[in-house]
Ligand binder design. Structure first.
Ligand code: SAM
Length: 196
């Protein structure tokens, strides 16, 4: 499927459910690379990488180019039309058509999750959905794992980030419509979390 057809799919998904889509355009290659650059195939060799809200796949493509093995990537996309497009584009990746709020049901219990890379539009999703997705992120991500999220809100704190997550990196990406900010959070190892 070429770029124009993918853009049409995004516009159709936006018309059907604007709050889920949260944008007119797929992420630019600059933004996709900034997201993928936060993770490395050498991170916890046995763990899986989970991508949330993959759309037509710009970040998926960047993750594979970064060297993340297709067999260690699980992609979660709620829209059936976009999930179908993703599975066609990336036949070796495990694409699940479901809500990120159900992500723990997508993998066997005890799976090590090295990183969760999210393009979900938390500022436009209903609050209760955002809260339950972030509960799933907190529960599913392994200790020492990385959570990556972008936002178009260039100033202010990202909403819904669990209290124990530590921000380890922020990167501005001006070459995107609109410009975006990528934030990277670490879920500290259990022994590093100070009980209060
Ligand atoms: C801002 S778009 C990002 C698309 C793509 N990753 C990109 O960077 O161009 C957000 C995507 O999240 C998906 N989405 C929204 N709510 C979701 C949910 N609860 N679970 C999984 N995917 C969801 C939408 O269908 C859409 O494809």
């Amino acid at each position: 499927m070429d770029r124009l057809k993918r853009q049409m799919l995004v516009l159709k998904a936006l018309a059907r459910n604007p709050r889920d889509m949260g944008t007119l355009f797929p992420s630019s290659p600059y933004l996709a690379r900034a997201m993928a650059g936060a993770v490395s195939p050498h991170m916890a060799k046995s763990g899986v990488f989970i991508e949330l809200g993959a759309g037509t796949g710009p970040v998926t493509e960047a993750l594979l180019k970064r060297g993340i093995p297709a067999g260690r990537l699980i992609v979660i996309e709620k829209s059936p039309a976009l999930a179908k497009c993703l599975q066609e584009r990336f036949p070796h990746v495990d694409v699940r058509c479901c809500g990120a709020e159900e992500m723990s049901t997508c993998m066997p219990e005890g799976t090590r999750v090295s990183a969760i890379i999210s393009s979900l539009p938390f500022r436009s999703l209903p609050r209760e959905i955002s809260v339950s997705i972030m509960r799933e992120v907190e529960r599913t991500l392994s200790f020492g794992g990385i959570f990556v999220q972008f936002t178009y809100a260039l100033v202010g704190k990202m909403p819904f980030i669990p209290a124990e997550f530590r921000k380890v990196r922020t990167r501005l990406v001006p070459f995107n419509a609109p410009p975006a900010k990528v934030e990277v959070y670490l879920k500290p190892k259990a022994k590093d979390v100070i009980a209060v």
